[in-house]
Design a protein around this ligand. Structure first.
Ligand code: GLN
Length: 311
């Protein structure tokens, strides 16, 4: 086992080392540049198995905002709070070819119901369903839940990042859905928690631990304590697999073959069910909005270790 672990760490280091030699042009959202998180050459990866053993390489300790990877976590808490039946009355389960922020995705849908919870409109709905008297309590509960999954009580959202983020598109989605009664209440109570969750910061090790909880049927990899119900984990992993990589989900499913969710910060949360969670960072994005380095690394790891769920 020890020998195998060493080989694993060595291979991770080797892959990251090679990736660090490549300068990826790619794009980055302007708010990352505004608050000085614009290092396109950053590359980090952490892998945690279901027993809590962690391997890491590159800039795995560097903090980054979750951005859209947070959508998995707010959906998880909405499912825990309300149950799947209630959640899927207001958001669909279907992939969409539209970009993550497109209003067109809503118009296609049934009465303004967003097609799935991995695009912005669907994530806004899911977060708005998290129990709480108001937006502050809703966000506080979500942050506490994420801290528990990552086993890191220090995790917080980055206020400067939150202020710099482009918000008008999300407001447009919110009011469109509110006019169709898909969502109710005020912007402060039902939209702001979503806007804040995308600015929560963590590193690859934290993200890999969250992945390990999902890989472990929702149980804490150290204590075995149940944190997410297995039936909800199944839903989360399925939606990650079919919709987690935006318009690149099909290609990623074929080439890498594991449930994953990307964010515009270049973060990727990936899960190999029953085996391990992975957290990756690589801020240069491809035309689909996915981390170029992250996708390349996952492809190599999956090929080498036969990680694909159908392998
Ligand atoms: N903060 C971004 C937004 O809500 C996150 C989107 C993303 O990572 N795709 O617009």
């Amino acid at each position: 086992m020890e020998h195998r672990d060493e080989a694993l760490t060595e291979y991770l280091e080797h892959v990251v080392e090679e990736e660090l030699q490549v300068h990826h042009e790619g794009s980055m959202p302007s708010y990352m540049e505004q608050i000085g998180k614009a290092d396109k050459d950053l590359v980090g990866v952490a892998v945690m198995d279901v027993n809590g053993e962690c391997r890491q390489a590159g800039n795995a300790q560097e903090a980054f905002p979750l951005e859209s990877t947070s959508k998995v976590l707010s959906l998880a808490l909405a499912l825990e709070d309300c149950g799947a039946e209630a959640v899927f009355q207001s958001v669909g389960k279907e992939p969409t070819g539209e970009p993550y922020h497109a209003i067109a995705a809503l118009q296609e849908g049934d009465r303004g119901v967003p097609p799935n919870p991995m695009i912005n409109a669907g994530a806004i709905v899911a977060t708005s369903m998290i129990h709480g008297r108001d937006g502050d309590e809703r966000f506080a509960r979500l942050l506490h839940f994420i801290r528990t999954l990552a086993n890191d009580l220090e995790l917080a959202f980055n206020q400067a990042m939150f202020e710099a983020e482009e918000k008008d598109l999300n407001r447009a989605l919110f009011y469109y859905m509110r006019s169709h009664q898909v969502i109710e209440g005020s912007e402060d109570d039902h939209l702001v928690p979503y806007l804040k969750q995308t600015s929560i910061e963590m590193n690859c090790v934290d993200l890999a631990r969250i992945g390990a909880v999902l890989a472990n049927q929702g149980r804490d990899p150290d204590s075995g304590e149940p944190l997410i119900r297995p039936e909800n984990v199944r839903i989360l992993l399925t939606l990650m697999f079919t919709t987690g990589m935006y318009g690149g989900s099909g290609e990623f499913a074929v080439d890498v073959g594991i449930p994953a969710k990307s964010g515009l910060s270049g973060a990727i949360l990936a899960v190999v069910p029953g085996r391990m969670g992975l957290g990756l960072i690589g801020p240069a994005l491809n035309e689909r909005g996915n981390s170029i380095a992250g996708v390349r690394i996952l492809k190599r790891l999956s090929t080498r270790w036969g990680l694909g769920v159908f392998s």
